[in-house]
Design a protein around this ligand. Structure first.
Ligand code: BGC
Length: 415
């Protein structure tokens, strides 16, 4: 009898099922919010890798940019005792979940992570001295995407300051092009607002949104931030209510609109539509933020299964795969991000990703590398939510900038 046949017979008799067979039986349930064209392609790489390793992938995708709906679904699942194997969680929320005692540690597959991750990101993956999260990639949030043909009609010069931006927007308008494609959800409002905060300088951004310094939050510069946002709003179309970010990106892709403020997951949509940076579209730092970089690092955490404190083989395989150089490269090529793992070759990446990488290095050296508030990297949930409410109220009413600033200072005290 051949070895496989012997093993098969033993296994059928209820004895000695090999490791591979045991793994094949494990299914990993994965909760995430990657549902747009580019996002699905990117998460599909992980699904395929896991299936190749013999695991069954149970997809629990909850649509909704930036994950608010996914986070609500996750809470319900955990409370009802059905925690998924892995969930897309990032920033301080990792520590918040860890403090509930529901996560497993993945130290056994993270032996070489410390030397392969930027220190500020390595720290975020830890809780109480153990690795509890695996990082996918680095997204830069402060990007402006511009349709190339629309830009050419508006004079062809990429705006680097707000006055230049408004001049381009006016020219697009005069040429019959909708200047800005904007979606209509609180996180999209907050994404634009934090871009404008960053345009006052990385130091201002840090004091305001990381330190929540009251003097900075109530400063004249903060009033100017709200004034600038109000002015930008003058270039939105009336159909933005409820519009998803990727539908706004599609408007720039197909030339219905000229520009979009969005993190580089938008680039995943351009790539998915076979559009090329440089000839079809241009990626540029948000005006006056060239030297700064708002980072947003996606990661998975792993939940205890059936009360077991140790990670299952499937969870360890997920974590290990996510940090492998091959996966890091292919995932980011589809996602629009850059690998978070240091030393992964950038050869296959486009100009925008190469710029992201170069700008990241510059920003790290010049203290311009700051966590995104709108994407869960800068503050715990409660404070971020309170600030988001202030911005959404401002952007959906005729509130004046000074009273928004007063509300902001109050919201920043939320614990
Ligand atoms: C996530 C990205 C995602 C985007 C839109 C961000 O918060 O970090 O991975 O593509 O939201 O859903």
């Amino acid at each position: 009898m051949k070895f496989r046949a012997i093993m098969g017979a033993l296994c059928a008799a209820g004895l000695m099922c090999g490791v591979a067979t045991a793994q094949a039986a494990e299914s990993v349930e994965v909760l995430h919010w990657w549902t747009s064209g580019g996002e699905s392609k990117a998460v599909g790489v992980l699904k395929d890798d896991m299936q190749k390793q013999g695991y069954t992938w149970k997809d629990f995708a909850v649509a909704g940019g930036a994950g608010a709906a996914a986070m609500t679904a996750l809470k319900t699942q955990v409370i009802s005792g059905n925690a998924p194997s892995a969930a897309q969680i990032k920033g301080p929320l990792i520590q918040e979940w860890a403090s509930q005692g529901v996560l497993v540690n993945i130290d056994s597959v993270a032996g070489d992570w410390k030397k392969n991750l930027p220190p500020e990101i390595d720290k975020i993956m830890h809780a109480e001295g153990h690795y509890v999260a695996a990082p996918f990639s680095v997204h830069r949030v402060n990007w402006l995407y511009i349709n190339k043909a629309a830009l050419d009609k508006a004079g062809g010069k990429v705006p680097t300051t707000w006055p230049e931006f408004f001049a381009v927007a006016d020219k697009m308008k005069a040429a019959g092009i909708m200047p800005i494609a904007m979606g209509g959800q609180p996180w999209q409002d907050l994404t634009l607002w934090e871009d404008v905060v960053l345009s006052q300088g990385a130091d201002f951004y840090k004091k305001a949104l990381v330190d929540l310094d009251q003097k900075t939050l109530t400063s004249d510069k903060m009033v100017q931030v709200f004034d600038t946002v109000r002015k930008i709003q003058g270039y939105f179309d009336s159909g933005r209510t409820g519009r998803d970010w990727n539908l706004a990106t599609a408007m720039v892709i197909n030339g219905k609109a000229g520009m979009q403020f969005m993190g580089d997951w938008a680039k995943g949509e351009f790539a998915n539509a076979n559009k090329k940076s440089g000839s079809d579209y241009v990626c540029a730092a948000v005006p006056s933020t060239e030297k700064a970089y708002t980072f947003n690092v996606d990661s998975f955490v792993f939940f205890q299964q059936k009360g077991q404190k140790a990670a299952t083989p499937g969870q360890l395989a997920l974590a290990k795969t996510i940090m492998s150089p091959e996966f890091q490269e292919q995932f980011s090529l589809y996602k629009g991000s850059i690998p978070v793992r240091l030393g992964v070759s950038m050869d296959k990446f486009d100009d925008c990703a190469k710029k992201s990488y170069a700008d990241e290095q510059t920003a790290i050296k010049s203290a311009g590398y700051v966590p995104s508030l709108a994407h869960g990297m800068a503050q715990p949930d409660a404070a971020a939510g309170a600030i988001s409410d202030v911005v959404t109220k401002f952007m959906n009413s005729s509130q004046d900038s000074k009273s928004a600033v007063a509300a902001l200072a109050k919201a920043a005290k939320t614990k």
